[in-house]
Design a protein around this ligand. Structure first.
Ligand SMILES: NC(=O)C1=CN([C@@H]2O[C@H](COP(=O)(O)OP(=O)(O)OC[C@H]3O[C@@H](n4cnc5c(N)ncnc54)[C@H](O)[C@@H]3O)[C@@H](O)[C@H]2O)C=CC1
Ligand SMILES: O=C(CO)COP(=O)(O)O
Length: 320
């Protein structure tokens, strides 16, 4: 199996570094100058400084070079995936596409695998997701991830091929559950960051994580996923990581919302658009998703953090 990584951001670069320890990897960057610099310097100074690309990794901006790969990891942000795939659909047809992004498309409510399936119907589709900061993967620290593919035999092959001595993949056929876990945990991380940023305390964060987890399971069930998938690495595992670490951009975005500080608009924060997509679905289908919906209201500046918390706390009392 020969692997290509499409997208040379922090995560695509980290995956290339890890997989490149044992096999050749092609890493595609859209910017020709950036690709050339990365290839020469053996470092992605812009997105993942301080980590060096093993000799096995070839960086290119020429999509035609990826023709020889049979597995392509899609590491562009979820909101950009459709536009990106539309431009490369001929080249990727028939290859196995492994989405490595975490989000729900704002306009359509679709996850990355749903989008890839729609645009590239002749390809095989999978998603790689779970608790894994780019820095940790690039450092070679132990990381466990979920590989979801509807075809169980292909899931086994991919699990085998993409695992190595520090990346340990677990497999599932529940693609919908896996893509929802990775997308929704980002929204809850924004809520947790906002609570901590507004000095509402660690107990509030624990409550948001736990009730957020319940909302993730409820929404996943509504979308036809197995709620148990959300208790695995792609759901609970990534929820814990992202809601408790300053390394998470979603969490940091929440911190700045809570503290009333500005946040760099160029930073990839997948949970913001995802919150709005899910909140719309909740409204249209009368789903009870209070935390996910309140984050959408925060992101859209319809509520401030104090009002958001008051909204959550004033709801009628419920059975757990
Ligand atoms: N950074 C991390 O620790 C992790 C990130 N992820 C996921 O990986 C995905 C990508 O995130 P990062 O690499 O961290 O983001 P990043 O912000 O570091 O990089 C994004 C990359 O996408 C490229 N890009 C943006 N728009 C594009 C377009 N229209 N066409 C082609 N390429 C485009 C950019 O040039 C950039 O190289 C996100 O969905 C994120 O949730 C998943 C696990 C860990
Ligand atoms: O998904 C991640 C870790 O698993 C990275 O989270 P952020 O996108 O919030 O940085």
């Amino acid at each position: 199996m020969s692997v290509g990584v499409l997208g040379a951001g922090a995560f695509g670069t980290a995956l290339a570094i890890s997989l490149g320890q044992t096999a050749p990897v092609l890493l595609w960057a859209r910017d020709a100058k950036q690709a050339q610099l990365m290839h020469q310097n053996r470092e992605n100074k812009a997105r993942l400084p301080g980590f060096f690309l093993p000799a096995n990794v070839v960086v290119t901006s020429n999509l035609a070079d990826l023709q020889k790969c049979d597995v392509l990891l899609l590491a562009v942000p979820a909101q950009k995936l459709r536009q990106f795939l539309r431009g490369v659909d001929q080249m990727v047809a028939g290859k196995t596409l492994v989405a490595c992004c975490k989000g729900i498309e704002l306009e359509t409510g679709m996850g990355p695998v749903d989008i890839a399936r729609e645009i590239c119907p002749q390809s095989e589709h999978a998603i790689l997701t779970g608790p894994s900061f780019a820095n940790d993967i690039a450092k070679g620290l132990p990381t466990a991830l979920t590989l979801a593919c509807a075809n169980p035999n292909r899931a086994r092959d991919l699990q085998q091929e993409l695992s190595n001595s520090t990346l340990r993949l677990y497999r599932t056929t529940d693609v919908t559950g896996a893509q929802l876990g990775g997308a929704l945990k980002n929204v809850i991380a924004i809520a947790c960051g906002a609570a901590i940023g507004a000095r509402l305390g660690e107990s509030a964060r624990a409550a948001l994580m736990t009730r957020g987890n319940a909302e993730m399971q409820r929404y996943a069930q509504f979308k036809g996923a197995d709620p148990a998938t959300l208790s695995g690495l792609s759901g609970f595992g990534d929820l814990v990581l992202t809601c408790t670490s300053d390394l998470s951009r979603n969490y940091r975005f929440g911190l700045s919302l809570g503290a009333g500080k500005a946040f760099d608009p160029e930073t990839t924060v997948e949970g913001a658009a995802t919150a709005c997509a899910v909140a719309r679905d909740a409204r249209e289908n009368a789903l009870d998703l209070p935390i996910l919906s309140v984050v959408a209201a925060l992101v859209e500046n319809r509520l401030d953090v104090a009002d958001a918390m008051a909204t959550l706390l004033s709801r009628s009392l419920k059975e757990e």
